[in-house]
Design a protein around this ligand. Structure first.
Ligand SMILES: C[S@@+](CC[C@H](N)C(=O)[O-])C[C@H]1O[C@@H](n2cnc3c(N)ncnc32)[C@H](O)[C@@H]1O
Length: 262
C-alpha cells in the first residue's frame, strides 16, 4: 500500500545511516545529505529508491530492530544481540503470560509483547513512574501497548500473578527477588536474569540453586559484524565487547531443592 501521513518509515542512505520518521503534513526532514519533504515520500512504496543531491535514498519498512535502536530511552536497554536469544531461551510464543521486571525504557517489554501475540499478556513491573510513562509511549508507537499490563511498583512487594510461563528479571539487584519469582512461575516455567558482572552471576547461580531451579545455564553472547564487501571481507574495526551475562533456569516444583551444577 502506498505511504501516507501517519506512517513510520526508515530512510537509509548509501553510507548505511538510517533514520526512523513518522510522516507528517507540512514537515520536512533535515539530513547530512539535504532536506526531504515528507510530502515527497507520500504515495511512494516501501522498497522505493530515489536520488537526493547525488546520493541514493532508500525507503524501508521499519523492523522491530529499527524501533529498538531508535527508541527514546532513559535507561540502559537490552539490545537485540541479547534480547533475541532471551526470547528463544524463554521459549516465548503466542498466548504466553510473561513478567518483565524492571521495565526501564521498555525495549525487552516491547519485544516480549510482540511475541506473546494477541492472546498473550506481559505483566510489566517498574518502580519509577516516569520510566513507565516512557515505556508506554515507546510501546504505543510499536502498536503493542494493548498487550501489556503495567504495574508501578517495587518488586520487593511481590507479584500479583500466578502460574506465569516465563519471567525476565533485569533489575540492579536481582538476588532478593528470586524467591518471589519462583512462587509466581508455573512448574517448568522459565527464568532469565540479566547480570552486568560475573560477581553477580555467581550469586544468582547460588540463589537459583537454593531456590528450586534446574537446567541453569550461563551465557555471554559475543557478536562480530563484518563489512559486507565481497572483495574485502573483514570485520568492522570496533566491536561491542560487553553488554551483559544471561542466566537461565527452569522452575522445579520443589522449593529449596534446586539442582547443583557440575
Ligand atoms: C536496566 S533497566 C531495565 C531495562 C529494560 N529491561 C529494557 O529492556 O529497556 C532496570 C530497571 O529496573 C528498575 N528497577 C530497579 N529495581 C527495581 C525494583 N526493586 N522494583 C521495580 N523496578 C526496579 C529501574 O528503575 C530500571 O528502570
Amino acid at each position: 500500500m502506498p505511504l501516507n501521513y501517519g506512517d513510520d518509515v526508515v530512510i537509509m542512505f548509501d553510507d548505511g545511516s538510517t533514520y526512523l520518521i513518522k510522516l507528517n503534513e507540512n514537515s520536512q526532514f533535515g539530513t547530512h545529505k539535504g532536506n526531504i519533504k515528507h510530502s515527497e515520500l507520500v504515495n511512494r512504496n516501501f522498497g522505493d529508491v530515489f536520488e537526493l543531491n547525488g546520493t541514493y535514498v532508500y525507503i524501508l519498512e521499519p523492523t522491530i530492530v529499527d524501533y529498538i535502536f531508535k527508541m527514546k530511552r532513559r535507561t540502559q536497554i537490552v539490545y537485540p544481540k541479547d534480547s533475541g536469544f532471551v526470547l528463544l531461551m524463554l521459549d516465548i510464543k503466542e498466548g504466553d503470560r510473561v513478567i518483565d521486571a524492571g521495565v526501564g525504557s521498555g525495549a525487552m517489554c516491547g519485544l516480549l509483547a510482540r511475541y506473546v501475540g494477541n492472546t498473550g499478556r506481559v505483566f510489566a513491573y517498574e518502580r519509577r513512574e516516569d520510566f513507565i510513562e516512557l515505556a508506554k509511549k515507546n510501546l504505543e508507537r510499536w502498536g503493542l501497548l494493548n498487550r501489556v499490563e503495567f504495574k508501578n511498583r517495587d518488586i520487593s512487594e511481590g507479584f500479583d500473578e500466578e502460574n506465569v510461563d516465563a519471567f525476565f528479571l533485569d533489575v540492579p539487584d536481582p538476588i532478593p527477588h528470586i524467591g518471589n519469582v519462583w512462587k509466581v512461575l508455573k512448574g517448568s516455567g522459565r527464568l532469565a536474569v540479566l547480570c552486568p558482572t560475573t560477581n553477580q552471576v555467581q550469586d544468582v547461580i547460588k540463589k537459583m540453586q537454593q531456590t528450586g531451579f534446574a537446567r541453569i545455564e550461563v551465557w555471554e553472547n559475543l557478536f562480530r559484524q563484518y563489512k559486507p564487501n565481497p572483495k574485502r571481507l573483514r570485520p568492522f574495526d570496533r566491536m561491542v565487547a560487553h553488554t551483559a551475562y544471561l542466566v537461565f533456569g527452569i522452575k522445579i516444583n520443589q522449593e529449596e531443592k534446586g539442582v547443583d551444577s557440575k
